[in-house]
Design a binder for this molecule. Sequence first.
Ligand code: NAD
Length: 481
Amino acid sequence: MKDYEHLYINGEWVAPIDSKPPLEVIDSATEEVMACVAQGGTSDTNAAVAAARAAFESWSQTPVDVRAKYLRDIGAGLTARFSEIAEVISGEVGSPKAFAEMVQAGLSVGDWETYASLIETYEWEQTHGNSLIVKEPIGVVGAITPWNYPLYLIVCKVGPALAAGCTVVLKPASLTPLNAIILTEVIHEAGLPAGVFNLVIGSGSEVGTALATHPDVDMVSLTGSGPVGAQVSKDAADTVKRVGLELGGKSANVILDDADPAAIAMGAVFGCMLNSGQTCSALTRVLIPRSREQEFLDAIVAEASQLTLVDPHATLDDPMALFHGLGPMVSRSQQETVRGYIQKGIDEGATLLVGGPEQPEEFEKGFYVKPTVFAGVTPDMTIAQEEIFGPVLSIMTYEDDDDAVRIANGTVFGLGGAVQSADVERAKAVAKRMRTGQVDINGAAFNTTAPFGGYKQSGNTRERGVFGLEEFLETKSLQLP
Ligand code: NAD
């Protein structure tokens, strides 16, 4: 076990000003304390914001090629610590080793080059009539992040914000601060000027609120749950700052009646269960045509029956372990919440096909939940409406394409989605009717530079690629004589 006694403010590791009990970071599989981490409070946040404010003028004027070099150095520094990052996230989140390496660490190290190249080619100025339109960094950014893809979701904010010329105060999720400490160490070694990046670990109610309300923070960018997004919006309103929200989802995977059951089964299961269902865009509702209900159910249940619960720290020989091996939930509280939803599904009359709410027999320790599949789910049920954030798949039937679209759009969310069909044009037509920020057709690959974000209560922003960069920019027009 290691102790971390410092926050990172104004280019230095400093002891917190506010006196708070240290946070215990718990390994999701062993339930043991991995590390104790110092927490900051309002005074520490204010100090970090002051440092970021002071650094802004110079950083925002730093030439783009110099900023790009810093970004590349950070990417290289993270790459050098790839295995350590994966191992830490396996412990903090419970992501199995193969998934932690490929997804958690892999996505987090790769994006720095993307933002470095982007700013080198970005059109920072354009002429429009007698005006010169200039893109400029918005200022000081408060970045508040969740625990499920902890480092990647930090990188989705800190990467483009620094690239844009903004300075940053990062508040990571309290359950998973260790990966953020590694990033901060890498940033320090890269020699980023003091105050450009600051790390304040602490509670959302104190550090998060201090960032959202602070008059010197120009933008608060939150990835998290809907209720916290609503609170941050209210807190930010008095200072009229920009608020970027990436929130929850209840995404639908619409299987059209011409799809092949064998072809869709793996995507239907993995699309929901990845990272043990702790994925904001997880395809947690599978919509199948009533006319072919049994065929699709059989294929999905056969696939789901291959899922196994695994020790996230183990190296597994099975090449399919990436898809079939699920780790524990992040915390005891998340485990209890998810098991409560499974019980609610049973109580409300859904048909339990796989899994259940009990503690899995194979693990005495660890926050495990059995991967669970329900059929006979109707749109009014809790498990069809609320974000569960665990390995729970709800299968629902529809009558025709119009009915499928109506059910898919019938929640308050609009983050992800998918359509499966033998006819790509037909799938695209259905995808365009879905009120959601992204739709994958026939299992097409995740694109790390395509815009990612939600409609409706799933948020109001787009991250990744040039769309993510532009979230951190202001637009100025200079009228020329
Ligand atoms: P959460 O909303 O509980 O916490 C997110 C962050 O907000 C944490 O750092 C937390 O400390 C902080 N916070 C809490 N209260 C706050 C307050 N009053 N003011 C300011 N900050 C506050 O979410 P979580 O449990 O960490 O993450 C899971 C949620 O995140 C799910 O709903 C998931 O769908 C969502 N999520 C969305 C995306 C996306 O890209 N849309 C990605 C990942 C996760």
